[in-house]
Ligand binder design. Structure first.
Ligand SMILES: C[S@@+](CC[C@H](N)C(=O)[O-])C[C@H]1O[C@@H](n2cnc3c(N)ncnc32)[C@H](O)[C@@H]1O
Length: 404
């Protein structure tokens, strides 16, 4: 358990204090007890606000790095099937190793109080909701005031199967015969239980893990064969690569050079040719003026539709972060629209349902840009389609804007 605890601490500290993405940080971590480590990390992230509450009641002014270890232990004591004394002993040793022997007594005392159940969790009010939904209250309230049940977006959903896409038609037979329970998914792509064979096929670029909601964003363009497509927020490249495999001539750009490298390696793995660029999508590029049949703006967003796979999304967020995102989204949408050729399509997508990032953005855009109309109004919205999260789908919003 010691190794798993120490490695989990290191991943959690990166997530809590440096803003690392939990899924990526776990992938990078090496540990002989990887399954145990992964369980500890996800469990702690999914109960971050509960751990924070308990430690805040037992200790004042704890160094942020030490908090990461204490939160991990609170989760292990409260929610894992292991004796509390064993967790406390391991934590004291781990803390001594990482922070020096001076903290051993403090860690021992705090965690013994945790194990003794000295803190009672609230049963109502803001703190209760924050712990229940593992999110700051402003996020819970935002969802409610937009008419969404916070439980649908914030409570974890058990995803028993993985979704994937098969890159080439000629590989379908091979994949379906070599992966035990693989079958076509009713919502696009394929579905199967996670297994080493799928990992192998993924590494070979025969398949790629992709949520059906992402697949829907690309399908929203219709037939892509022979079309020129620009993806202005393309990294790590899931949608751009799918568009290229659907016959489009793709230019994929992103603001961060290291993320553009991810697009390149993704395309290479999948055996796909596309052009990549480092570019800020809020800055107009005259060379692209009306140059594309299809433009995808899969904008940076609050990500509340993918909390069940990325539970770190709700941590350390402020209302101001969300306000800033809206400004960036509006700017990207406006600039991206200028790249669409006459008769072409602009798809705007987010993996959040928040109205300010979805239909309010589109309402504002169409009211200011008479040359576009929403091509996919739905019963839910005149401005596009909401995809609600469940055990299969990620929560998305997709708006198809046609240039008229
Ligand atoms: C939702 S992710 C895109 C996912 C991607 N379309 C895919 O399917 O793999 C949003 C992306 O926008 C990028 N981004 C953020 N701000 C940007 C900006 N001003 N210009 C261009 N890209 C930006 C982020 O780096 C991130 O890769």
């Amino acid at each position: 358990m010691l190794e798993a605890m120490e490695k989990a601490y290191s991943v959690l500290d990166d997530v809590f204090r440096k803003g690392a993405f939990v899924n990526i940080a776990i992938k990078k971590a090496e540990c002989t007890e990887k399954q145990l480590m992964t369980g500890i990390v996800y469990g702690t992230v999914e109960r971050y606000y509960e751990c924070e509450y308990i430690i805040s009641k037992l200790a004042r002014s704890v160094k942020p790095a030490l908090k990461s270890l204490l939160y991990e232990c609170v989760y292990m004591i409260g929610h894992m099937r292991m004796p509390a004394y064993a967790v406390v002993d391991a934590a004291v040793d781990t803390a001594g190793k990482i922070f020096g022997s001076g903290v051993r007594g403090f860690v021992n005392a705090v965690l013994k109080n945790v194990a003794a159940g000295k803190v009672v969790l609230p049963e109502s009010g803001n703190e209760y909701e924050k712990i229940k939904y593992n999110a700051p209250n402003f996020i819970i309230e935002k969802l409610r005031s937009d008419g969404f049940d916070p439980a649908l977006f914030l409570l974890p959903v058990q995803k028993d199967k993985v979704h994937f896409r098969i890159g080439r038609l000629s590989d379908v037979e091979r994949v379906l015969s070599s992966v035990a329970d693989a079958k076509a998914s009713p919502v696009g792509g394929y579905v199967a239980s996670a297994c080493p064979e799928l990992e192998k096929l993924n590494a070979e670029g025969v398949i790629t893990f992709q949520s059906p909601s992402s697949i829907e964003c690309v399908k929203a363009f219709g037939d892509l064969n022979g079309k020129k497509l620009l993806d202005v927020c393309a990294a790590p490249g899931g949608k751009a690569v799918f568009a290229a495999q659907s016959g489009a001539e793709v230019t994929a750009s992103d603001i961060y050079p290291h993320r553009v490298d991810l697009i390149r390696s993704y395309a290479e793995r999948m055996g796909v040719k596309l052009t990549t660029k480092v570019a800020d999508a809020t800055v107009y590029n005259e060379n692209y003026s009306e140059a594309f049949d299809c433009v995808l703006a899969d904008v940076p967003c609050s990500g509340l539709g993918v909390v069940s796979t990325r539970p770190d999304i709700t941590l350390n967020k402020t209302e101001n972060d969300f306000v800033k995102l809206c400004r960036v989204q509006a700017a990207i949408l406006k600039v991206a629209s200028r790249y669409v050729a006459q008769g072409g399509k602009l798809v705007y997508s987010t993996c959040t349902p928040l109205k300010d990032e979805t239909e309010n953005r589109i309402r504002e855009f169409v009211s200011e840009n008479v040359g576009f109309r929403v091509a996919n109004p739905t019963e839910d919205s005149l401005f596009g389609r909401y995809i609600y999260p469940d055990e299969i789908m990620d929560g998305f919003f997709v708006s198809v804007l046609e240039r008229i």
